[in-house]
Structures are given as structure tokens and as C-alpha cells.
Design a protein around this ligand. Structure first.
Ligand code: ZN
Length: 144
């Protein structure tokens, strides 16, 4: 087995952001990292959404399937990272939503998730050469 890929950064820049009611969660995060010129980093977020959309990657079919829950949900947990894809900053985020009974569902955060309230911390990692996502034949995914 090959060694896992390891990268080290001595970064201290952290952004705290409050998201706007009604914004698309993923597109809003994407806009922030583009505006801030963040090319590598990690993020955590929590809050609530008016509607949740996640994608599930079917490993056999190598395709994403979308799951939509059109109801108010808590963001029980949100986590992601930032890297480059096609030369542009790219967010990869996963989320766990909780419904009115506390039941969790989640997956890969997709467009169409509408913010009710959101708090985000972004840790910016500086590296001379930030990692770039490339197609990985073993998984069918774009990995760094
Ligand atoms: Zn994912």
C-alpha cells in the first residue's frame, strides 16, 4: 500500500463568516473563497437550512445521486476542504442535517441547499504549491 499523501502548512489565518438568509449554501461558500483568494484550507460550518440537498456517490456506478429534503433542517455538522480544481479554488464539503425529530441524513453538500442561518470558520492554509484535484481512475473521483 502506498503512504497517504501528507502536506504541511504553518498557517494562522482564520476567517469567521456569517452567511445570509436565503443564500445557496455551497455557492455562498464558493463565492467567499474566490473573493478571498483561498486556494487551500479547511472549513467547518453549522446553522440551519430551509432546504437540504446532498449527493451520494454510488461507488459501483461512479455517479452522484441527489437527495433533496425540502423542509427546515439543522446543520448538525458541516465540514469541508478547499483545494484547486482546473486552476480555480474548489470546495469539497460534507454535511449532516437533522430533521424535526432529530433524525440525521447527510452526504456530499450539493447546490440547492438554502441557508436559514449559517456560521462558518475557514482556516486558510498557505503552501507554495497548493494541491490540485486530478481525475483518479481507481475511484472515478477528482482527488488531490
Ligand atoms: Zn464528497
Amino acid at each position: 500500500m502506498p503512504e497517504p499523501k501528507k502536506l504541511e502548512s504553518q498557517s494562522t489565518r482564520v476567517l469567521a463568516v456569517r452567511l445570509n438568509y436565503g443564500d445557496d449554501l455551497l455557492l455562498s461558500l464558493q463565492r467567499i473563497i474566490e473573493e478571498e483568494g483561498i486556494r487551500f484550507g479547511c472549513l467547518t460550518f453549522l446553522g440551519a437550512v430551509q432546504r437540504g440537498v446532498v449527493a451520494y456517490y454510488n461507488q459501483k456506478e461512479r455517479k452522484y445521486h441527489t437527495i433533496v429534503k425540502d423542509e427546515p433542517l439543522e446543520i448538525a455538522s458541516g465540514i469541508g476542504n478547499i483545494s484547486l480544481k482546473d486552476g480555480k479554488p474548489f470546495i469539497h464539503a460534507h454535511v449532516a442535517f437533522a430533521d424535526s425529530e432529530g433524525k440525521i441524513f447527510g452526504g456530499h453538500l450539493a447546490e440547492g441547499t438554502i441557508v436559514f442561518a449559517g456560521e462558518v470558520f475557514i482556516q486558510v492554509l498557505e503552501l507554495p504549491q497548493p494541491p490540485t484535484r486530478k481525475y483518479d481512475a481507481q475511484t472515478g473521483l477528482f482527488l488531490w
